[in-house]
Design a protein around this ligand. Structure first.
Ligand SMILES: O=C(CO)[C@@H](O)[C@H](O)COP(=O)(O)O
Length: 245
């Protein structure tokens, strides 16, 4: 469900809250009908979703465009705002994402010259909420090795492994992704770090069991929640059941 004020007190408390719900679903709002985003958010809250995932696309880093920080700001919700910056210049977008109230911000290292700088920009309090810091996340494309995050494991709270290139669809969690999760766990252990691990892309009722088998803390799903035919509540329940929750 939703985090209590104790769960929100520190980054570690928030990570522990998300781990208690593992695999916690982060639901991609942009898969919903844009004319009904408000109703979609209300439906997710009623169905007990804890994380609302925003795919921010700029048409440069990935195909397609989405509304970005203005949509994050306009989305009034008790869910945590999980913002995935799929943009060519995250450093330019981070200030607006923070101002919009993001609780988690993902940056991609691919094409980014200054990953440390971007992560340092995320080391701030959540906009408008007291004494709580943003969770700093790095998202990796399927072809990007887990080792890329090794130098920054001490500076991040979460790593998201994509099963599909940003902006595309059709990927699915597979054995290679499982090996990448294991490699990430090993790197984190060596660094004395303990990031949340998320899997994103190609998640359906048929594939979520494979993803859950890799024991991630978070699984991102959009289309399988909003476009799978049944109601949002039933689709969420089906995903949770198939994930073994
Ligand atoms: O970020 C990406 C990659 O384009 C997506 O994986 C979405 O985050 C999830 O979308 P669905 O495939 O679940 O609709």
């Amino acid at each position: 469900m939703f985090p209590s004020s104790d769960d929100l007190a520190t980054r570690d408390a928030l990570k522990a809250f998300l781990r208690r719900a593992a695999p916690c679903l982060s639901v991609g709002l942009t898969a919903a009908d844009a004319m009904t985003y408000g109703a979609a958010i209300a439906g997710l809250e009623a169905a007990g979703a804890a994380l609302l995932h925003f795919d921010v696309m700029d048409g440069v880093f990935c195909p397609g465009f989405t509304a970005g920080p203005p949509l994050v700001a306009a989305s009034r919700t008790k869910m945590l705002k999980d913002v995935h910056l799929m943009v060519a210049d995250p450093i330019a977008v981070i200030p607006a994402a923070l101002k919009a109230g993001a609780d988690i911000v993902h940056v991609h290292p691919e094409g980014l010259s200054h990953l440390h700088r971007a992560l340092a920009m995320l080391d701030v309090e959540v906009a408008g909420r007291p004494a709580r810091r943003v969770l700093r996340a790095v998202a990796l494309n399927p072809a990007t090795p887990a080792d890329v995050v090794a130098p920054v494991l001490g500076d991040i709270d979460m790593v998201t492994l994509l099963a599909v290139d940003p902006g595309w669809s059709g990927g699915a969690p597979d054995a290679a992704l499982g090996r990448k999760v294991e490699r990430l766990r090993r790197l984190a252990g060596e660094a004395g770090a303990d990031p949340l691990i998320a899997i994103d892309g190609g998640i359906t009722e048929a594939t979520i069991g494979v993803a859950a088998g890799f024991r991630p803390d978070i699984i991102v799903s959009g289309s399988a929640v909003f476009k799978a035919g049944a109601s949002v509540a039933d689709n969420l329940e089906g995903l949770r059941r198939a994930a073994g929750r």
